[in-house]
Design a protein around this ligand. Sequence first.
Ligand code: NAD
Length: 260
Amino acid sequence: MTAEYLEKLFGLTGQTAVVIGGAGVLGGALCRGLVGAGARVVVADMTEEGCKARVEELEKLGARAGFCIVDVTSRKSIEELLSTALKQAGRVDILVNCAGINFGSPFLEHPEGQWDRVMAVNLKAVFQACQVFARHMVDAGGGSILNIGSVSSHLPLSRVFAYSASKAGVMNLTRNVAQEFGTQGVRVNAICPGFFPAEQNRRLLDQQRIDNIMQGTPMRRFGEPEELVGAMLLLLSPTAGSFITGTHINVDGGFTAAWF
Ligand SMILES: NC(=O)c1ccc[n+]([C@@H]2O[C@H](COP(=O)([O-])OP(=O)(O)OC[C@H]3O[C@@H](n4cnc5c(N)ncnc54)[C@H](O)[C@@H]3O)[C@@H](O)[C@H]2O)c1
């Protein structure tokens, strides 16, 4: 297989991608994958510090990258993100929804405020960002959206009640929005990652839980963030992924394939 053939199949040269949550651990790997495939990236996240650090990293890789501070719990902020991205790049071909938070507790002690917070960042924000960006993509003649679900999109994970419900919602929404835009050139898909070393995980995982995860993961290890990139490029590529919409790829070392 020639490099030219692979570039034709998976390359994103000339495309602009907005990565919400791009300063995070998994978002960072997705940004690096996007620039590796030739896309221009707009890093969108909560803090200037986080965004700038990511942009510097991408520029060292030779990429054209910009950033925009966003709070995805605010529709106005998402609309401003779109305007900023359009000022920086002229159009947006790709949206990656990779912001997320988690909260764990026994069910009876789960505070209502944490339920609302997790739902706002993990689910409502995906709804709002899909709405704001899909409108632009339809007007611009097409585009592709990638949402980040989780193994908990399929299997409720104990103690993370709001998180699991939000990620199940992300998968349902992904399928539904994909139907809406099926004939308008906008494809909508998701990646459902298994367990990856990241800050939000470290806070929640004690040794017992890590042992349980390893037991449930046929490959008996955590994923590496860069292991998400291949699935992302397949789903986002207008060539390789041209007839793929409303679905997901589990990148989870077999976690969702195992039944005990
Ligand atoms: N790490 C894992 O094992 C794992 C597994 C499955 C799914 N996920 C999902 O992958 C995504 C990325 O997670 P990660 O592990 O890289 O975590 P992370 O904490 O490193 O990244 C999440 C990013 O979201 C940003 N964010 C949070 N609230 C925001 C808001 N209101 N507005 C804008 N940005 C906001 C954070 O600033 C952070 O940069 C999340 O959706 C997470 O649920 C992670």
